[in-house]
Design a protein around this ligand. Structure first.
Ligand SMILES: [Fe+2]
Ligand SMILES: [Fe+2]
Length: 232
């Protein structure tokens, strides 16, 4: 209704002459002068310190592994919370043909929790503090914050929440794959095998969410076709 006035205002307030380079320059100064996003915390116990020293002697890089394990720990914990929120949305709004069942959502949630617990135990075995937030954990929390917002927004549908969940599940698979490679590189064979099992579960999570979403889109499209034919 007010399209005309909007156009007039945009003419009155034209952007100043020039380009985005002053903004880029300002960012560059900040990038160059800023401190990193934290450091990997040192082990909290004497036993932990001894283990870290031993790993270092063996030529391993425990801080890299602890940083990435901390990342996985944070992501799996968030995964549990994402599924909890999706379950609440499921209960409030219901599902569709070939959409998620409550049992499937609960199974995925339980697997995220089991993964979290496994990573926690490995961190403790390495003498690291699983309650400490590592730099990579901090970064993935920021990256996944949009997913959390889309899922918990009361206005989003279950299908929209699943679209956000798919982003998390894809990132989850990538995260496990990187961690498996790192564990193997550092000679932690059992860890690599356990993580491969987790990755297999994550692959299934990704396939399921994809299928639920496809079914929802197909159903919406069919409903539209039905309307066109029925409504005339
Ligand atoms: Fe996960
Ligand atoms: Fe997952």
């Amino acid at each position: 209704m007010h399209a005309k006035q909007l156009l007039e205002i945009s003419k009155e307030h034209a952007p100043p002459p020039g380009d985005e380079s002053p903004l880029a320059n300002m960012r560059r100064d900040f990038f160059a002068a800023s401190q990193p996003i934290g450091t990997v915390p040192p082990p909290g116990s004497v036993k932990g310190m001894a283990k870290t020293a031993l790993e270092t002697l063996k030529g391993h890089k425990p801080t890299v592994l602890v940083d990435k394990l901390g990342e996985r720990l944070a992501f799996e914990r968030t995964g549990v919370r994402l599924y909890e929120s999706v379950l609440t949305k499921f209960d409030a709004l219901g599902s569709w043909d070939d959409g998620p069942t409550r049992a499937q959502l609960m199974q995925n949630r339980d697997e995220e929790l089991a993964h979290f617990e496994m990573v926690r135990q490995y961190l403790q075995k390495l003498g690291a503090d699983p309650t400490a937030m590592t730099p990579s954990a901090d970064v993935v929390a920021v990256i996944s914050s949009g997913v959390l917002k889309a899922i918990t927004d009361p206005r989003t549908t279950l299908a929209q929440a699943l679209q956000a969940l798919l982003v998390a599940e894809r990132a989850d698979i990538e995260g496990w794959q990187g961690l498996i490679q790192l564990a193997r590189e550092l000679g932690h064979e059992q860890m690599a095998r356990d993580f491969q099992e987790a990755e297999r579960a994550e692959q299934r999570h990704g396939v399921w969410v994809r299928q639920w979403l496809d079914a929802s889109v197909l159903q919406d499209a069919n409903r539209e076709i039905g309307k066109q034919h029925g409504g005339g």
